[in-house]
Ligand binder design. Structure first.
Ligand SMILES: Cc1cc2nc3c(=O)[nH]c(=O)nc-3n(C[C@H](O)[C@H](O)[C@H](O)COP(=O)(O)OP(=O)(O)OC[C@H]3O[C@@H](n4cnc5c(N)ncnc54)[C@H](O)[C@@H]3O)c2cc1C
Length: 459
């Protein structure tokens, strides 16, 4: 077999999953693998950054699943602090800049894996990077935040702009570090993309319970800096003093480099791929993770859902295919989970707003129950909301807000959504029961019963 070279752009979840899978299938004598990463780390958990900053995880290195040296031992050449600046599809070559040593290297590829991730949305008024304004995406971003928090005098007031799950997790981390925190959200509830307003209200209560001031409907006009340090976030209602500002305004796929090379980018801004994660119409070029768009299996529409769970699976699929195997990534249904202090928040499928936008007619059912048998120590209240299609009763979505391992019930609901179950058949699901784990009627079953009644009433 002819020796080939796989070049990877981006050394985290998607890129290094692909590298590892391809390496498993093809030995060093057949496949050379070169990974370019512009940061200082490989295979890190960005998801763990809020917990490291908040002190729940003590060591930065605990977030690194595989160091560059470990990858090198597996026969993957890692070029850290190398930023790929150009892709030439005709020559099958990438150009990378050495960010520390200077200069450029050109590297030929037979296969190219594009896994450049995404970048935090950064409005024009938030680009003064040296001043204590941070987006959170890479472990380098996390390290920069840690450095800023360690400054003398220590920051005392944090403003988090954007109340999505990253904003909320970072707000909690700031509280844990002893800062006074304000969370600004332009819509009328935090986590508006995750939860319907009634469920979002429970999340807001939990955030405020941490002592975080939540301002919804809040527009930001700019950020004041002085002497190279942020001083305040300016809103129509006045200036909010801040010593650190964290952006949680969402992310955009890092697809510009690919687009410049002529690779197809979809309406969501993510690269378009086929089911095997091959970039649409381009042999030998693959893409995965936060830089790609995928298909929402309920709406059938393209979607950009930047989550580690997808990045790892898609990278694995690409790596298997690069290695000569066969694997596919069918799409997503919007499952996600997070927590605010001890309140857990989870979703799968569509929210009411998303179901409306997709054109579904639906009913909803919300139940409050307990996570364990009511008499068992540690039983906590949990709320489940189900969204089911009118007439067919097909489960379209579910949301859970609650404590004591409430949120992981979303996985049973995700399986039901994935398999297009209707809520009536769900009432008979053989879910587990013992007092330390659930009431005799698990909240999922109670919710399915109530949703069934709502479907029948809608006929
Ligand atoms: C704070 C936080 C919490 C999160 N929590 C969760 C969670 O709980 N659950 C979940 O499923 N997901 C979570 N995520 C999302 C998850 O981390 C991402 O979806 C995942 O990291 C995406 O992996 P990726 O490999 O596609 O991109 P990234 O992890 O962004 O990696 C891309 C890499 O490419 C490098 N790069 C970019 N451009 C170039 C270039 N031109 N040349 C060389 N290198 C380049 C970057 O430096 C980066 O290291 C969280 C993210 C954050 C930021």
């Amino acid at each position: 077999m002819r020796r080939m070279r796989l070049v990877i752009i981006g050394g985290d979840a998607a890129g290094m999953s692909a590298a590892s899978q391809a390496r498993k299938r093809l030995g060093r004598d057949v496949l050379e693998i070169v990974a370019f990463e512009r940061g200082h780390f490989t295979s890190y958990s960005a998801c763990g950054i809020p917990y490291w900053i908040g002190g729940v995880v003590a060591e930065r290195d605990a977030l690194v699943a595989r160091t560059p040296d470990e990858h090198r031992k597996a026969g993957i050449q890692v070029r850290l602090r190398h930023e790929v600046t150009g892709i030439d599809l005709d020559r099958r070559e990438v150009v990378a800049r050495d960010l520390d040593g200077g200069g450029e290297v050109k590297t030929h590829f037979d296969h190219l894996m594009y896994a450049a991730g995404a970048s935090p949305v950064t409005p024009d008024w938030a680009t003064d990077r040296g001043a204590g304004i941070f987006g959170v995406q890479t472990l380098d971003d996390g390290a920069a935040i840690q450095e800023w928090l360690a400054r003398d005098p220590a920051p005392r007031r944090a403003v988090v702009i954007g109340g999505g799950y990253i904003g909320v997790e970072m707000a909690e981390a700031m509280v844990r570090r002893g800062l006074r925190v304000t969370l600004l959200e332009k819509s009328d509830q935090p986590m508006a993309k995750t939860a319907d307003p009634d469920m979002g209200a429970l999340v807001r209560q939990a955030i405020e319970g941490l002592g975080i001031e939540v301002r919804t409907g809040a527009a930001v006009e700019g950020i004041d800096t002085e002497g190279g340090r942020v001083r305040a976030v300016v809103t129509p209602g006045g200036a909010l003093p801040a010593d650190i500002v964290l952006l949680g305004l969402g992310v955009r796929p890092n697809s510009a480099l690919a687009e410049q090379a002529g690779l197809p980018v979809g309406a969501t801004g993510g690269l378009r791929t086929d089911l095997r994660m091959r970039v649409e119409g381009v042999d030998g070029v693959w893409a995965a993770g936060d830089c790609v768009e995928t298909r929402h299996l309920l709406t059938g529409r393209p979607a950009h859902v930047p989550l580690g769970t997808h990045a790892n699976k898609q990278g694995r699929v690409a790596g298997i295919n690069i290695g000569g195997g066969y694997a596919t990534f069918p799409g997503v249904i919007g499952t996600a989970v997070t927590k605010v202090c001890d309140l857990e928040v989870a979703r799968t499928g569509l929210t009411s707003k998303e179901a409306d936008s997709a054109g579904f007619a639906y009913v909803t059912a919300t139940v409050a129950s307990t996570s364990r048998a009511g008499y068992y120590p540690g039983a906590e209240t949990m709320t489940i909301k189900l969204i089911a299609e009118r007439r067919t009763g097909t489960l379209l979505g579910a949301q859970i807000v609650g404590k004591a391992e409430a949120a992981k019930r979303i996985d049973a609901l995700a399986v039901a959504v994935w398999n297009r179950m209707n809520v009536e058949e769900m009432t008979a699901l053989d879910l587990s029961y013992a007092p330390p784990f659930a009431p005799v009627w698990d909240p999922v079953l109670i919710a399915a019963r109530k949703a069934t009644e709502a479907v029948h009433a809608s006929l």
